[in-house]
Design a protein around this ligand. Structure first.
Ligand code: ASP
Ligand code: MG
Length: 406
């Protein structure tokens, strides 16, 4: 029988009863004769609580120590799930990221998986064990514990599925799949039966919380079908896979939104070669990922430069930019932490005119002002006031008729 990798999120593992429920599901899969690897997240709000505790001790906790601290949440879950399985008389073993052979680079708090040494997991599977792996963590070549970024257990699961050549990866969560928009904002949003890797990657990168973007990226790279479904409600879920023929249908498939956007604008920046590099190099060195970048046409050799970062990186980014401002000589640096993004996503919009104008018209009719616009081949994103995001999402869902079955 095939190897199946399952992942259970934090809301599926909040209380003892949840662990027993998940253990019964895993046991049933094992009883069908499958080899099973289960990746778990930290229970409920554990990661936030640990982070809060660290911030009570110091406003800028050491990155290495913070990663070790946060990694413990997933270890608690994997030990508890292994116990719950043993209580059902199933053979199960819990493994930390280190024991499971998850190797990463050294970028603490947003480490990337550089390889998986599958030896231990394979030996345990051969012995007939159900293998439970702590998600969201790995180790560097120096054996320092790293974490993969918030929501990173999904990435652990898809990476393991790829390395172990699993038939598929199943992500169980508290929603029934991938929706055309967040159902908390748009009650008539629909569950999608399937979605392409690329579309999922864009939706996830631009705010859909249901799957971590790097998990979608690994799915795309290694062609691992990913089922996203509910732990609590039986249902078909959404299959993230290739070969979804949406180009033919020429449709927008979903709306993503993200309230975690802060903008930094530098005014009066000298327009000469090397200035952008001088600003963005130290940001990269400080491990800050910059999203949208816009540079205005210059007037009398000075220009304005605007970029966005996650809100959590705003203070750090402002420090870096302020320091540069003195060296390079800008007139003014402004920060705005009250923004949000709304995006329309679908391979159907490739090489097809009309999507952008329809989006802008819908936003304008809803009274939403657009600050910045960015696009990819399969996405258009507008940065708007954070408070207007729900209104914008509803307007776009309506304009692109996403409530109608496709
Ligand atoms: N526990 C981590 C978080 O809350 C990782 C995860 O849930 O996937 O972000
Ligand atoms: Mg999660």
């Amino acid at each position: 029988m095939a190897l199946i990798v399952q992942k259970y999120g934090g809301t599926s593992l909040a209380h003892a009863d949840n662990f027993k429920h998940v253990a019964r599901r895993v046991a049933a899969l094992r009883d069908q004769g499958h080899d099973v690897v289960v990746v778990v997240s930290a229970r409920g709000d554990t990661t936030d609580e640990l982070l809060g505790l660290a911030l009570e001790i110091t406003p800028e906790p050491d990155e290495r120590e913070l990663d070790l601290l946060l990694s413990t949440g997933e270890m608690v879950s994997c030990a508890l799930l292994a116990m719950a399985l043993k209580a059902l008389s199933k053979e199960a073993v819990s493994l930390t990221g280190l024991q499971a052979g998850i190797l990463t680079d050294k970028a603490h708090s947003k480490a990337r998986i550089t390889g998986v040494d599958p030896g231990r997991i394979q030996r345990e599977l051969k012995r007939g064990q159900i293998v439970i792996v702590a998600g969201f963590q790995g180790v560097t070549t120096d054996m320092d514990v790293t974490t993969l970024g918030r929501g990173g257990s999904d990435t652990t699961a898809v990476a393991l599925a790829a390395r172990l050549k699993a038939g598929r990866c199943e992500i169980y969560t508290d929603v029934e799949g991938v929706y055309t928009a967040d159902p908390r904002i748009v009650p008539e949003a629909r569950r999608l039966q399937d979605i392409g890797y690329e579309e999922m990657l864009e939706l996830a990168t631009y705010g859909a919380k249901v799957l971590h973007p790097r998990a979608a990226e690994l799915g795309l790279l290694y062609d691992i079908p990913i089922l996203v479904a509910s732990t609590f409600v039986e249902g078909p879920g959404t299959l993230v896979c290739k070969g979804v023929t949406m180009e033919a249908e020429n449709k927008v498939r979903g709306i993503a939104h993200d309230l975690d956007v802060a903008k930094i604008t530098m005014r009066g920046v000298p327009d000469r070669p090397g200035i952008a590099a001088a600003i963005f190099e130290p940001l990269a060195q400080a491990n800050i990922s910059v999203d949208t970048i816009v540079q205005n046409a210059s007037l009398e050799n000075v220009t304005d430069l605007t970029f966005t970062v996650a809100k959590g990186d705003l203070t750090k980014a402002m420090k870096v930019v302020d320091k540069r401002a003195k060296q390079v000589g800008f007139k003014q640096v402004l920060a705005d932490g009250t923004l949000g993004k709304v995006s329309i996503v679908g391979t159907g919009m490739q090489h097809t005119p009309g999507y952008a104008s329809k989006m802008f018209r819908a936003l304008s009719d809803a009274g939403v002002n657009i600050h910045l616009i960015t696009t990819s081949e399969v996405r258009i994103t507008c940065i708007v006031d954070g408070a207007k995001v729900p209104l914008a999402v509803r307007a776009l869902h309506e304009a692109f008729e996403l409530a109608k079955p496709q």
